[in-house]
Design a protein. Sequence first.
Length: 367
Amino acid sequence: MRQFIAFIKKEFYHIFRDRRTMLILLGMPVVQIILFGFAISTEVKNVRLAVLDPSNDVVTRKIIDCLDASEYFTVTARFHSPQEMEAAFLKNEIDMAIVFSERFADDLYTGDARVQLIVDATDPNMSTSQVNYATGIVSMVGQEMIPPNMSAARLTPDIKLLYNPQMKSAYNFVPGVMGLILMLICAMMTSISIVREKETGTMEVLLVSPVKPLFIILAKAVPYFVLSFVNLITILLLSVFVLDVPVVGSLFWLITVSLLFIFVSLALGLLISSVTRTQVAAMLVSGLMLMMPTMLLSGMIFPIESMPVILQWISDILPARWYIQAVRKLMIEGVPVALVYKEIGILLLMATVLITISIKKFKYRLE
């Protein structure tokens, strides 16, 4: 046991002496969580809005003032012809334009008033959100301007937003970033650490020691398990106190599921180290097989339900997919742990399979 602890200390010394490794382990999670939380945002803000208003009556002015007063839109230009508006779109000076029909106020009471929203739809998701926000404001003002004794032209539905009423993008990104960071740090750093020993020839020196080969590998994985736990706590603190994303559900089960996912990632890193011979190869395999699929196919950015069936099957074998799903349920939705048994069971199965294959392959490579 003393020798096992000595190997763990040795690995900690290796990590702390390498500043670049320390920067990746402890700096990258902070940068990524802040970057995804603030810089990469899907929220509608500061949309540059242009106005083409031939009517220029009390109703159109009221609608324009309400749009400009909202935090979503900023009126940056007023045009007198469609040609001016088209030129502004081509020069990328505006993101959206609102066009009112002539005699808008008079036609509002007869139901003939027309308003058109023209949007730059190069980003379809963002343009859809912009149209929905603007439509809501226009409909609200239109309902207010109709006299009480007249029947309303349209019925505005009552909308209730569950789990994320402010529509903050951080609620969507935080679980994904947790899965991405823990997967990369555990799998990539563990695989590179073990392959480095092979590449430099020090693995043979370690293997002639009285400690069993299995304990040597575990000793190299323990420091990354500890540092990943530190990163987990850091991410949760930043999420709650900086990004205002609360932990609605059980903190105990959130940490438990995260530790299980860390173990799965360590087993994956051990498997990568057993099939690669150089640090470059280990880094490429980790990057190509873990980072890109985790970002694109785990539901972190794109909904899994919208993917083709083949990609959904690939998504099913990604550990990050089930971890991110569990974190969203526990952290954002606040569901009881009984509703996360499926994700926990799949992660346990993956951990068992990966660690079994990794140990067998590693013993085979040593022989």
